[in-house]
Ligand binder design. Structure first.
Ligand SMILES: [Zn+2]
Ligand SMILES: [Zn+2]
Length: 301
């Protein structure tokens, strides 16, 4: 049995308040369970409550032992790290996987920086837990007990990885944050326009988008960045590194995904707005189940 629980589904910045009670205001954090194994995706603000849950429910059965996959180093995916309670327990064993930048900057560097003296009272070296950092790019890792993870580079303003978790023939894929590749050389009115560059740009975008849809082919649960509507995206959000609802739905259909989870909600999106979008886009296709992520939601395959 493979499951995912949503501890934070918001993008960019935490957005608490009476307008976001239903879907939640915490940023990216997922808890996956493959029977006995614990996997976490991202250290968004949602990880604080996950940490408290682990202490209340798991610790009595043994030390906290987790594989944690960081998608990328933007604040909304890291900022909850120093408030993750298992860090303060010496028996905790946390293996932290994440992308390494071309210039050598790693997740460990980011976490050290954010917990250095001017920013936080407990430094990275002072946490009691045993921390192991594993720098990755595109790879497949056997996590033991039949659980594997495969990582895939995404299209975002910083090196970002999507993750595919597979267990007993079931698949959960997390793709956040990501923008579909598009041809940047198709503006025929541009003084530097070149038909050759236009053709090549189109080819590259198609090839990379195909690679991504292959990455989540026939997935059971696809957790997908859907920060904007297509109209918002086209109006002012192009090149911001995110996907529209329409594009996420289209990609999920192409790949044969069974369930698409709309994720990384835009911070100003109220519960009412998310409900309206949920109703509108759930009707868009009958074959694919479209679910809007909300805090506390658990999906099992
Ligand atoms: Zn984000
Ligand atoms: Zn980001």
């Amino acid at each position: 049995m493979l499951s995912v629980r949503f501890w934070g589904a918001r993008g960019s910045i935490a957005s608490p308040g009476k307008e976001t009670v239903e879907f939640g205001g915490n940023t990216s954090c997922l808890e996956l369970r493959a029977d006995g194994k614990l996997v976490i995706v991202d250290f968004g603000t949602g990880i604080r409550l996950l940490g408290e849950s682990l202490l209340a429910n798991d610790l009595k059965n043994g030390p906290i032992n987790a594989d944690i996959f960081v998608t990328h180093t933007h604040w909304d995916h890291l900022i909850g790290f120093p408030m993750f309670a298992p860090l303060f327990i010496p028996t905790s064993e946390l293996r932290i996987y994440g992308p390494v930048m071309p210039e050598g900057f790693k997740v460990r560097n980011a976490l050290k920086l954010m917990t250095d003296y001017p920013f936080w009272p407990v430094r990275l070296c002072e946490f009691a837990a045993k921390l192991t950092f594993i720098d990755i790019l595109e790879t497949t890792i056997d996590l033991g007990a039949g659980l594997t993870v495969t990582s895939k580079l995404l299209n975002h303003p910083v090196i970002t990885l999507g993750y595919r978790f597979e267990y007993e023939g079931k698949k959960i894929v997390v793709v956040t944050d990501n923008e579909p590749f598009w041809n940047m050389f198709d503006d025929k009115s541009h003084p530097m326009y070149s038909a050759e560059a236009d053709y090549e740009g189109c080819e590259v975008a198609e090839t990379e988008n195909k690679k991504l849809s292959d990455f989540f082919k026939d997935v059971d649960i696809l957790v997908y960045d859907s920060a904007y509507t297509e109209a918002e995206y086209r109006n002012s959000k192009r090149n911001w590194g995110h996907t529209s609802y329409e594009s996420a739905i289209e990609n999920a259909k192409i790949s044969g995904a069974k369930n698409l989870v709309i994720y990384h909600h835009e911070p100003s999106r109220t519960d009412e707005a998310l409900r309206d979008l949920s109703v509108k886009y759930s009707k868009a296709d009958s074959g694919l189940k479209i679910i809007t992520a909300k805090e506390g939601m658990v999906l099992t395959v």
